[in-house]
Design a protein around this ligand. Structure first.
Ligand code: HEC
Length: 142
């Protein structure tokens, strides 16, 4: 019996407030959908703390061209973890062209190589300290 009363009260409330509820609906959905659409179109092209938000690549000349050509098959992580000279990067590109189906980069190749060599050059330290200098060695005596 109480269940039926609660149900009826609920129905009446729903009917009374229906205009307000339906008035709210379009506002909510039109505010939500553009945001959802933005999230779906992946790239933001935002730079925060000198890094491209989409890929983690360092900001610099040629970034957009590198993003466009170098993150199509694999993630930018392969670049982030690498450090090569310009020649070294060129060898990687030739290797990908010969064995992995990377396309001819045309005039963009030198822009890409400049970007990579500048921002992802050979890593200076491989976890070993620099050799000590200026030490006064002395002879051990027995
Ligand atoms: C057509 C697909 C494709 C494109 C485009 C591509 N790569 Fe690659 N790349 C590969 C494949 C496949 C591998 C091997 C991945 C693996 O080992 O998991 C690779 C590996 C790499 C590696 C690791 C190689 C190593 O020996 O350490 C680096 C660095 C790299 N790519 C950089 C780049 C750069 C820079 C570009 C833009 C010029 C690029 N890739 C564009 C397919 C591609």
């Amino acid at each position: 019996m109480i269940g039926i009363v609660v149900l009826l009260v609920g129905l009446i409330l729903a009917l009374v407030f229906q205009p307000e509820i339906s008035a709210l609906m379009p506002t909510v959905s039109s505010e939500l959908s553009p945001a959802l659409a933005d999230n779906d179109t992946a790239l933001t092209d935002q730079i925060i703390d000198g890094k491209d938000v989409d890929t983690g690549l360092l900001a610099g000349d040629g970034l957009e061209i590198v993003k466009g050509n170098c993150t199509a098959c694999h993630s930018s992580a392969l670049i982030l973890q690498s450090g090569f000279t310009r020649e070294g990067w060129h060898e990687k590109i030739v290797w990908m062209q010969e064995t992995q189906g990377l396309w001819d980069l045309g005039g963009n190749e030198s822009i890409i190589l400049d970007y990579l060599a500048t921002n992802y050059g050979p890593k200076e330290s491989h976890g070993r300290r620099m050799p000590l200098t200026g030490i006064d060695w002395y002879e051990l005596k027995d």
